[in-house]
Design a protein around this ligand. Structure first.
Ligand SMILES: [Zn+2]
Length: 275
């Protein structure tokens, strides 16, 4: 992700946490944040008992860090911070670690039982996976690839406002990749479905994990290749072509949408036809 935090190193172990290990404490889609930093000590939540599980994430400043969901989220001194607010609004948030933590916890919570035979799963002995011994199936954390694309038409770019958005940003066309599709085919299909437009010259730009709940956003540039705007009403409330520097409010630079829009604006401003 664009937000870098030098203290974070992903890693995996089946070892349970020790008293001094660091703990990313969550409750639903909320981080339970102490006044200093982002972590509690495992010792400090020990009173929550054996029902409080923790899953390894890696290390932070060289010390093990785990994620857990607290049975009692009302511990004194903890401030609830919505994950979405942390990733969108807080430049100081360790975005990589938070994204990893929520996705790993979701995997842990949702794969207690084998999806094929229904028996309880165990830790895989060597990998970050739950393991069904009778079926011989490792259940890995799920990832859902999604494409997101900024489309250029001469010196303008296409921005759209989602009909489901809770904010007033104009953003980009995006959607989940379907089975059997390449990423480029997913871009062309999503753009056609949502806007009626054809695109060409679809080219990769950057990517971002987006833990709502387990998306991997894959960002592209594309060129307008034909058609007139016909909006899919259950997806888009509005869409139009905008000149760089004259756009409505767009997502912040902590998001891949915001960064793709800025990158395309720079590309247009310097007269380039490509990256
Ligand atoms: Zn099974």
């Amino acid at each position: 992700m664009a937000i870098s935090n030098t203290g974070w190193t992903p890693g995996w172990t089946t070892n349970p946490p020790q008293a001094g290990d660091q703990l990313l404490a969550i409750s639903g889609s909320t981080i339970l944040k102490p006044s200093e930093g982002w972590f509690l000590s495992w010792k400090s939540v020990g009173h929550q008992g054996a029902g409080c599980e923790a899953v390894a994430l890696g290390t932070w400043d060289g010390k093990p860090v785990y994620v857990t969901e607290l049975a009692d989220p009302d511990l004194p001194g903890l401030e609830p911070v919505a994950l979405r607010d942390a990733l969108l609004l807080m430049d100081e948030a360790p975005a990589d670690l938070l994204s990893t933590g929520f996705q790993v916890w979701q995997w842990w919570r949702d794969h207690r039982y084998c999806g094929r035979c229904g028996l309880e799963t165990a830790f895989h002995p060597a990998e970050r996976a739950k393991w069904c011994e009778p079926c011989g199936i490792p259940w890995y954390p799920r990832l859902a690839p999604c494409v997101i694309v900024v489309i250029r038409r001469e010196d303008r770019l296409l921005l759209a406002r989602s009909s489901r958005a809770r904010h007033h940003f104009y953003s980009l066309i995006a959607g989940f990749v379907e089975p059997g599709e390449s990423l480029e085919e997913a871009v062309a299909r999503e753009v056609k479905e949502e806007t009626g437009l054809d695109v060409a010259n679809v080219r990769y730009q950057s990517s971002q994990p987006w833990p709502f709940p387990h998306q991997l956003m894959v960002g592209f540039f594309a060129d307008y290749a034909g058609g007139e705007l016909v909006l899919q009403e259950d997806e888009l409330a509005d869409a139009d072509w905008f000149l760089p520097g004259d756009t409505p409010p767009v997502p912040p630079q902590t998001t891949i949408a915001g960064r793709l829009i800025r990158a395309m604006e720079h590309d247009i401003a310097r007269g380039g036809g490509d990256l």
